[in-house]
Design a protein around this ligand. Sequence first.
Ligand code: ITT
Length: 190
Amino acid sequence: MKIVFATNNAHKLQEVQQVLGSEFELITLRDCGVTEDIPENEPTLEGNALAKARYIYQRTGYDCFADDTGLEVDALGGEPGVRSARYATDGHDDQANKRLLLERLEGKENREAQFRTAVALILGGEEYLFEGVVRGEITTSERGEGGFGYDPLFVPEGYDKTFAELSAEEKNAISHRGRAVRKLAEFLKK
Ligand code: ITT
């Protein structure tokens, strides 16, 4: 099955292709000739995922899905959440975002957090939502070279390594995105 994955993030594309396997052929935005930035101004992950999928569906007419992900930190009242990409600056500055997160958690005992992914699917014009969550804790410094974004700061529950220290397979098996995308795959296979 061929389907468009509405993302500009090459790491996400790789993770999702790995979870979906060769039964699914992911078409990228570049493949569809979409080079402009897709607006992500909604107040929720679900809203942003739907906005991205709707934009691509209206622009191309292809069945498609999009993911929006946030890191929700308990002691920060769920921040950075839907603002995870633009936490420190309006740009997409991973280093600045991680620095700010560590700063805001300085001296805080509760470092519990979760990654949450909302996946929006548009299939034959109908809209569907899937969610994936993984609980864990924020470290006090960065560890590991793998993954992307906040991965070097997140230790999933039951593990002592950060997502950036786990292999891609290990991360996918338990991650927010892995969980949401497996739900998507089960639905698409039906
Ligand atoms: P698209 O909107 O093009 O899909 P994006 O990189 O903007 O890509 P998000 O808005 O979903 O993706 O990402 C929000 C932020 O959360 C951003 O800073 C990412 O680096 C980070 N993030 C997303 N998924 C992550 C993951 O699995 N591990 C660590 N950080 C992640």
